[in-house]
Design a protein around this ligand. Structure first.
Ligand code: HEC
Ligand code: HEC
Length: 471
């Protein structure tokens, strides 16, 4: 029957969608199972062509390469990314939360920062208000970073934390290349819960004694530390041959870490990428059916928000999500007791953006559970099922699914307020049923590059400070 229908070729997408709805109950094949795939796609000759039509309509192309990075720059960025000397408390590195062992995230519901040990779900440490986002293909996230866009470009200038484009002086921005990734790289080191720590005259954290948000003080204190470590000088000089050692400052730290992130976490060889490049046998029939649901208006229409090669429009949407944990922690929470998180409104200062979140990219989503800005869904399936009726899903949200049991008692009673603030109109254009979910999952799994499954080779044995590196 499928063959009969598909041989008529392209039928309009609405008809195709109806057909796919009927076939959606088939057990999905594992993505990348080439033998199985060629059999299945062979029985559906029109399906790959149909998806290629959707690619063209949605301007999906092979992805651009990340910026070129010299080996010397990579080596410096690597040292800084894994070195806990860049935390006031000397117990957190970028790699503590963005661990290669956990697909450049931490596998936790909420992140754990200073005053802790270990990585991943077992890490101890002060709990932050958000779920750690992975660092895949950051060159495909131009313009804004984080789930509320708290590091963003406005008219070509970087505004951090809604503080405006004047907050970081122009010459500093210039040295950072007006680049959100390079700029973001020197901000977690200045936030109390993540890496800085808090003022305490009795501890050995001299950086944390700076007044909060006094970036010049914080950055200066870190540079004193770094320059006292003799192994850093040759690394900086090799990466920045035209900058005298005396002039090396925090902007070079930002550029080096940013360059490392761009290069180390760029992946372009998922089954989906191979399909886009022309190989019809690269993905399973289930993944192709899932792609049709994803890209078709009147069906999943996921593409209305998850658009482009990185599956994000970089815009902000009210998607009706629950709230728990300590609240938005940088620079402090919202609402009564600071336990709420108003999302995009924190940076745009526009009440219309209350509870709106940036559409996250979806590449590698298979390996970055749990899901959502708070890691509110432990299973990908449950995140997808919530799109069937987001209002009901919010009302029925079951916090006991969280592996961090200490959060089970922290569900905030803000549901009425979230609902009163409305929902993104695009969310009501999503029409999926439970039967669509297995194929959607097969499609989302096809976005994983095998190299993302094991990135342990990225981890250096040692760093210049001699502080331990989590292996
Ligand atoms: C204590 C854990 C923690 C540490 C340490 C940490 N991060 Fe993050 N990172 C997070 C969390 C949580 C988010 C998501 C924040 C949000 O959405 O508001 C994030 C987001 C990001 C993003 C944005 C990703 C996106 O999808 O927009 C980048 C880039 C990033 N971190 C880089 C770094 C770098 C570089 C360092 C070291 C200087 C670092 N992080 C240190 C927890 C951490
Ligand atoms: C109205 C815009 C919109 C539409 C339509 C939409 N999404 Fe999302 N999606 C979002 C936003 C915003 C988030 C983040 C929500 C949060 O963090 O609480 C998200 C989160 C996700 C996540 C979790 C990603 C992660 O890393 O945590 C997945 C998976 C996902 N969406 C898939 C889909 C699929 C599949 C569809 C179609 C059935 C879809 N989305 C439709 C906006 C949208």
């Amino acid at each position: 029957m499928k063959t009969d229908i598909w041989k008529y070729g392209l039928v309009f997408s609405m008809v195709a969608t109806a057909v796919l709805g009927l076939t959606a109950c088939d057990t999905p094949e594992p993505a990348g199972d080439d033998g199985e795939v060629s059999v299945r796609t062979g029985s559906l000759p029109g399906l790959p062509q149909h998806v290629r039509g959707l690619l063209a309509a949605n301007k999906i192309t092979p992805i651009a390469a990340p910026p070129a990075v010299s080996p010397a720059m990579f080596a410096l960025g690597e040292a800084l990314f894994y070195d806990k000397i860049l935390s006031g408390t000397r117990d957190v590195a970028c790699a503590t939360c963005h661990a290669p062992q956990h697909a450049s995230a931490d596998g936790r519901t909420l992140n754990a920062g200073i005053n802790g040990a270990g990585i991943g779900p077992d890490r101890t440490g002060l709990i932050g208000g958000r779920h750690t986002q992975p660092l895949f293909n950051l060159h495909l996230l131009p313009g804004n970073l984080t789930i509320d866009g708290k590091v963003e470009l406005i008219n070509g200038l970087v505004s951090p934390l809604g503080l405006g484009t004047g907050f970081i002086p122009y010459p500093v921005q210039q040295l950072l290349g007006f680049d959100v990734v390079n700029t973001q790289a020197i901000l977690p080191i200045a936030t109390g819960q993540e890496m800085l720590g808090f003022p305490d005259p009795h501890d050995d954290n001299e950086v944390g004694d700076c007044t909060p948000f006094d970036l010049a003080c914080v950055w200066g204190a870190y540079m004193v530390r770094i320059k006292a470590i003799s192994q850093y000088q040759p690394l900086f000089t090799a990466a920045f041959p035209n900058t005298p050692w005396a002039q090396i400052g925090i902007t070079e730290v930002g550029v080096a870490i940013g360059s490392y992130e761009y290069a180390a976490f760029a992946f372009d060889d998922s089954p989906w990428d191979r399909f886009v490049a022309g190989d019809n046998s690269a993905v399973s029939a289930a993944a192709l059916r899932g792609a049709v649901t994803f890209f078709t208006p009147g069906k999943g229409n996921c593409v209305s928000c998850h658009s482009g090669n990185n599956f994000t429009d970089l815009k902000f949407h009210k998607t009706l999500t629950p709230q728990f944990g300590p609240g938005g922690t940088v620079p402090g929470g919202d609402g009564p007791g600071g336990l709420d998180d108003f999302g995009r409104m924190r940076n745009s200062h526009d009440a219309a953006d209350k509870y709106a979140w940036r559409t996250p990219p979806l590449r590698g989503v298979e390996v970055t559970a749990p899901y959502g800005r708070l890691g509110q869904y432990t299973e990908l399936e449950d995140h997808l099922l919530h799109y069937i009726n987001p209002t009901q899903a919010l009302l029925d949200y079951d916090i006991t699914q969280l592996e961090m049991t200490e959060l089970h008692t922290t569900l905030l009673n803000n549901t009425a307020d979230v609902l009163a603030n409305g929902v993104d109109p695009l969310l009501s254009t999503v029409h999926i049923s439970p039967a669509d979910v297995p194929d959607l999952i097969a499609f989302l799994y096809s976005l994983t590059d095998d190299a993302e499954r094991d990135m342990n080779h990225l981890i250096p044995a040692t760093v210049p400070s001699g502080l331990p590196v989590d292996q």
